[in-house]
Design a protein around this ligand. Sequence first.
Ligand SMILES: [Zn+2]
Ligand SMILES: [Zn+2]
Length: 473
Amino acid sequence: MASSSSAYVQAEAFPDGVTEYVPLRNKKYDMRKPHITEQPITLKNWYQHVNWLNTTFIIFVPLMGTVSAYWVPLHMKTAIFAVAYYYFAGLGITAGYHRLWAHTSYKASLPLRIFLAAGGAAAVEGSARWWSRDHRAHHRYTDTEKDPYSVRKGLLYSHIGWMVMKQNPRRIGRTDISDLNEDPVVVWQHRNYLKSVIVMALVVPTLACGLLWGDFLGGFIYGGILRIFFIQQATFCVNSLAHWLGDQPFDDRNSPRDHVITAFVTLGEGYHNFHHEFPSDFRNAIEWWQYDPTKWAIWIWKQMGLAYNLKTFPQNEIEKGRLQQLQKKLDQKRTTLDWGIPLENLPVVSWDDFVAESKNGKAWVAIAGVIHDVGKFIADHPGGKALISAAVGKDATAIFNGGVYDHSNAAHNLLSTMRVGVLRGGCEVEIWKRAQSENKDVAAINDSTGQRIVRAGTQATRVTQPVASADAA
Ligand SMILES: [Zn+2]
Ligand SMILES: [Zn+2]
């Protein structure tokens, strides 16, 4: 379409500050050269598709650690240290890489930034600069081809496949990381990444356990390698599990989901549907009882004067989003129910034809100008066969609405499924209009699927004003 393509051109030309990703360590990748990912994987070239550096760090090294753990006894002090160091590295990713650098959901003082960059290096998941660039692309292009870890390519791909296999740099959406290039901590960590990893992920745990209680090997295996393995697998779940398992209370158009299991695994990053809707909020869990230790840590740092400018979305906007999603679910549910043929789609029948058809054996009853075929219902009528049969071929508006019995909302609902026509010049239109002017609840509004919303007590057959019945006359 011409209009949408011109909108696309406009969007392309819009100066949104995106920059080509410039690697600070290696030579700039030549974008003109064909990339290996443009060739299909075959038996001859599969090893060229593998990112061997990443594979070594996230598969081979952890495997070696797991095997060697068999011969290395685990000491209590080393176990406690490994768990504590796990949280340190985890917060480096969740509070540092994710909420501070990728989303700038708060500001951190220099000592806290150094602490978080050190923790991030201990987790061995790439530099903060590289990680944030991909993560911003993930938010901007969620579930599309430009999403670096789109769950649409499979759970395993979003978890680990995107790192184990080489990525075409042209495919990943471009993002603006000029702010990160101005943070000296981010730039230093990026330039000295390998050194940072060796020191923070392996040397520190080994020396800490070795010098403090003589367990060098345990520190290396449990505090280093196995702890890296666990923190990697846990935080990778933000890209996989958080896009696969759970509810979507804020928006169900894309894959992000909320689940407490994901939250437990990822230091509170499991409320991912909320997070994708409100990404610059420093919280992922908004209820006090939900598990979000990353949020608690940021809050404590704020009390210590290390973090400031914590961003939150207005509660009004959050509740609006929640309500709209709820409404959408209601609309979907509404479409699955039988509400009868819409009044405007019913054939118009004259009074004489109505009477004639009723005499010819049709069990037609007119109520509020709407003709209903009650034939199949006569035997089941709770008020007995006689009353309903007596109404056939007649206008039963008054007796249905209180003349004999003031029928329930459920009865009006059931009646609406029996509609077959409207009376020409019947009082339906007048009654509908009058009901609307008298009762503000009765508005002919449609839901997002185009269906008329019929609230309790507002069926067209319900007459709110007492109608003079034949008996009263
Ligand atoms: Zn996500
Ligand atoms: Zn995010």
